[in-house]
Design a binder for this molecule. Structure first.
Ligand SMILES: [Zn+2]
Ligand SMILES: [Zn+2]
Length: 155
């Protein structure tokens, strides 16, 4: 056999790509494409393809969560802290969607993105996180309102 590599799993089939994680040659059937990279099935199993829709929903429900999903933690923290001002929240939604799309298309490195089981955990917990965020904001607004009425009440 001259130079042409065969699939690691199917020794009679010519390889279509090499796994980007372990380097095993894989055929069209075995190849898994995630974030514009090729993986073998074993390496693809604990990786996650970045999804712009998931990023948008996360960013919509909890300010900054879309950035955390994209593994941009510092940006996420800023959006989380300023999200109650509404404008940073909206910016965070647009940004999360754009960045997730770029990771999915392979224009940004997806090395830092979460493995699939963590993303599943975030999906399951996102409503709770959203309620927690709303509760914190409501608490701050209610406290400020109470203080304002106390001040005006004594005058
Ligand atoms: Zn592999
Ligand atoms: Zn194969």
């Amino acid at each position: 056999m001259e130079g042409s590599q065969t699939c690691f799993f199917h020794p009679t089939v010519v390889a279509a790509a090499a796994c980007d994680a372990c380097g095993k040659p894989v055929c069209h059937v075995c190849r898994r494409s995630l974030n514009a990279l090729s993986f073998c099935e074993a390496c693809a199993a604990n990786r996650h393809e970045q999804c712009p829709l998931a990023a948008t929903v996360f960013a919509l429900l909890v300010p900054g969560l879309g950035q955390v999903y994209n593994a941009e933690y510092r940006k996420g923290l800023w959006v989380f802290l300023t999200g109650w001002l509404v404008l940073p929240w909206i910016w965070g939604i647009v940004d999360a969607r754009r960045v997730a799309g770029e990771i999915q298309a392979g224009r940004r490195p997806g090395a830092g993105v979460w493995p699939g089981y963590i993303v599943l955990a975030i999906k399951l917990g996102v409503i709770g996180l959203s309620l927690t965020y709303g509760f914190i904001v409501w608490g701050i607004v209610a406290t400020l309102g109470m203080l304002a009425s106390l001040i005006s009440g004594t005058g």
